[in-house]
Design a protein around this ligand. Structure first.
Ligand code: SF4
Length: 237
């Protein structure tokens, strides 16, 4: 594990995405897995943003190559490690009887085995690191190893996240539904709003104004950055 952390530390000027890719690569190597993913949890522990997943999973997966935001309460089995605040192992994914299991999205690489851990910093959970499809069963030993690696990797990931947030004009980009293109919008308008709000003055953005006062859960799914006339009414709800 020392070697894995040394390699990760050498990435200290890389983007968050690159650091996340390295974390996944090392997690796969440490646990003899075939696939992996990494997601960041927001400070209220309600939203998980999938930052990166392994190339092996991507090859067969139709998921877009950009951050995807999930509400923790809507996540399937992979969110259990946040809800249970500990590692979760599932060695027979197909026959797994956990009631939270929802299956995988269409086109996703088949999952045969799965294990994930919450990234802990003291009592807080900062993210989720998951691996899958090891040839033999995952045991508590692999879970302990992955947990130790995830916790040790967090400060390096946090530095990359901070660097990225400083570079970005708006610090909400990693979790914003508009920025992640989760609300329908024409390309031209998207680029225009991106320039005006996300890379310009985010204080003028309706989404940012709601988030700053009430958090992301208060942001309606159809709110666009230019709709500041709606903010007052949204905040009253
Ligand atoms: S400026 Fe507004 S739209 Fe852009 S990332 Fe920030 S909150 Fe989202």
């Amino acid at each position: 594990m020392k070697e894995a952390l040394r390699r990760l530390r050498e990435s200290n000027s890389q983007t968050l995405r690159r650091v996340a890719d390295l974390v996944i690569e090392e997690a796969i190597r440490l646990t003899d897995s075939k696939i992996g993913y990494f997601a960041i949890l927001n400070k209220w522990e309600r939203l998980l943003t999938m930052i990166a997943w392994s190339k092996g999973a991507m090859a067969m997966c139709g998921m877009a190559n950009k951050p995807i935001v999930y509400l923790v309460e809507n996540t399937g089995l992979w969110g259990d490690c946040v809800r249970d605040r500990k590692a979760v192992i599932c060695n027979d994914y197909k026959n797994c009887s956990r009631r939270t299991k929802k299956g995988t999205p269409k086109g996703h690489v088949p999952v045969l085995r799965h294990m994930n851990v919450p990234l802990m910093a003291g009592e807080s959970i900062k993210g989720v690191l998951g691996v899958g499809n090891r040839e033999t069963e995952y045991t508590k030993d692999e879970a302990t190893l992955l947990q130790a690696f995830a916790n040790a990797a967090w400060p390096i990931i946090a530095e990359a996240k901070e660097r990225e947030e400083k570079r970005s004009k708006c610090s909400l980009q990693q979790v914003c539904p508009f920025y992640g293109r989760h609300i329908p919008i024409h390309d031209v308008m998207y680029q225009a709003y991106l320039q005006r709000f996300c890379e310009g003055d985010s204080r003028e953005c309706a989404i940012s104004q709601v988030v700053q006062k009430r958090g992301f859960l208060k942001v309606p799914k159809d709110l666009y950055p230019n709709q500041t006339f709606r903010v007052e009414e949204i905040l009253k709800r």
